[in-house]
Design a protein around this ligand. Structure first.
Ligand SMILES: NC(=O)c1ccc[n+]([C@@H]2O[C@H](COP(=O)([O-])OP(=O)(O)OC[C@H]3O[C@@H](n4cnc5c(N)ncnc54)[C@H](O)[C@@H]3O)[C@@H](O)[C@H]2O)c1
Length: 352
């Protein structure tokens, strides 16, 4: 167990693929964290980490890794369809868990993991690192400041032609169900909740797969979200844009002005109603996927030291996951989904 306030947190890293390598760098680079072990079922992945971080114990089974003493927490970076079984083992070993998003690809399985963590009284954090991008923090501050009045409508556009066969990218989204919603839109829907600091009341959604898609299942998502306070948000996200040049826009129209973000990772500006030009909002530079993840890990460690709730916890994540699955339901049924009723139908009411 972490010697609070003095020792760095010893982290076992499970899953050493594309994102696991980023995590290794983040843990290794943070003074308050130490890699206490690394595990993957793939010998090649293990060899890469062994070479990059000599001296770190490397394991080929989760059981062996968990039996070894000296871990304060586990960072789980395997494909999401294995998370339930792995979380069972991790909690049985008495260790806190930071799991990559999505917690699982099934709402009932995610509910089980959250319940397991709570029954074992162990912290569970899901890695929604985009919340920690300086641009996201700036957006949230601007909205909460009320400087431009109440937000009334949002437009979130993410259009990308993602080559799922590109070396260095994971392969499983090519064959999974709802890759766009569960792998990518989940980040965006989470940002919408986080930056507007409110929940979705109801939603209408379409998911689909354009004929030229390399993905086996729906690579495009479009939603109209009605949020608390009457805020209406129009969302479109795709991995199968017709142009290799990515396009991003997140515009928020408020009573007295606009907040406009032109890049997922940076570039935010504002204008009051009568301004003729936008004024950029200064934000610190950040290395996307690394600095935001380091900020999340730092917050996790600080919370453990303070004995307070860890960030992006299970119940919080269930709300974002519920949006993904409510969107999938809305698309299949052609109906508007009321979130309160969705929580009740899916056994979530007591959790969120
Ligand atoms: N938060 C982010 O910004 C972000 C970015 C990319 C990926 N991710 C998430 O990270 C997770 C992993 O994605 P990735 O891109 O690294 O995938 P990947 O396919 O590149 O790597 C997955 C790794 O898990 C290993 N693995 C599979 N089953 C295992 C098991 N039972 N035990 C141990 N290791 C096992 C594989 O051998 C592989 O090395 C996914 O949940 C993904 O959504 C998050």
């Amino acid at each position: 167990m972490i010697a609070l306030n003095t020792e760095p947190m010893h982290v076992l890293l499970v899953g050493l693929g594309n994102r696991g390598n980023m995590w290794a760098e983040v843990i290794d680079g943070l003074p308050d964290a130490v890699l206490s072990g690394a595990m993957d079922i793939d010998p090649q992945r293990r060899a890469v980490i062994a070479q990059k971080y000599p001296g770190i114990p490397i394991y080929d089974t989760l059981g062996e890794a968990l039996t070894a003493a000296g871990h304060d927490a586990v960072v789980l970076v395997t494909p999401p369809d294995g998370h339930l079984a792995q979380a069972e083992q991790i909690f049985a070993a008495g260790l806190p868990l930071i799991a990559e998003k999505p917690l699982t690809v099934s709402l009932p399985d995610s509910i089980k993991i959250v319940a397991m963590a709570e029954a074992a009284n162990l912290p569970l954090t899901i890695c929604l690192n985009f919340r920690y991008l300086p641009v996201s923090q700036a957006k949230r501050r601007l909205v909460l400041s009320g400087d431009f009045g109440a937000p009334g409508m949002g437009q979130f556009v993410y259009q990308r032609n993602r080559d799922g066969l590109r070396p260095g990218l994971n392969r499983y989204p090519l064959s999974m169900q709802h890759p766009m919603m569960l792998e990518q839109s989940i980040h965006h829907l989470d940002l919408i909740r986080y930056c507007y600091d409110r929940e979705v009341v109801s939603l209408s959604c379409r998911t689909w797969n354009p004929p030229w898609s390399m993905y086996a299942h729906d690579s495009s998502v479009q939603c109209l979200l009605t949020m608390e306070g009457g805020l209406q948000v129009n969302y479109i996200g795709t991995w199968t844009s017709g142009w290799n040049e990515p396009h991003f826009l997140w515009r928020t129209d408020c009573a007295d002005g606009v907040i406009i973000q032109r890049d997922l990772f940076t570039d935010i500006a504002t204008a009051a109603r009568t301004d003729t030009t936008l004024t950029p909002v200064p934000i610190t530079d950040a290395r996307a996927y690394y600095d935001d993840t380091a900020a999340l890990l730092k917050t996790f460690i600080e919370a453990r030291r303070a004995g307070s709730a860890t960030p992006c916890d299970g119940r919080d994540h269930l709300r974002t996951l519920a949006l993904c699955f409510a969107g999938i339901e809305s698309s299949a049924s052609g109906t508007i989904v009321d979130m309160r009723q969705f929580y009740e139908r899916n056994g979530l009411s007591h959790l969120i």
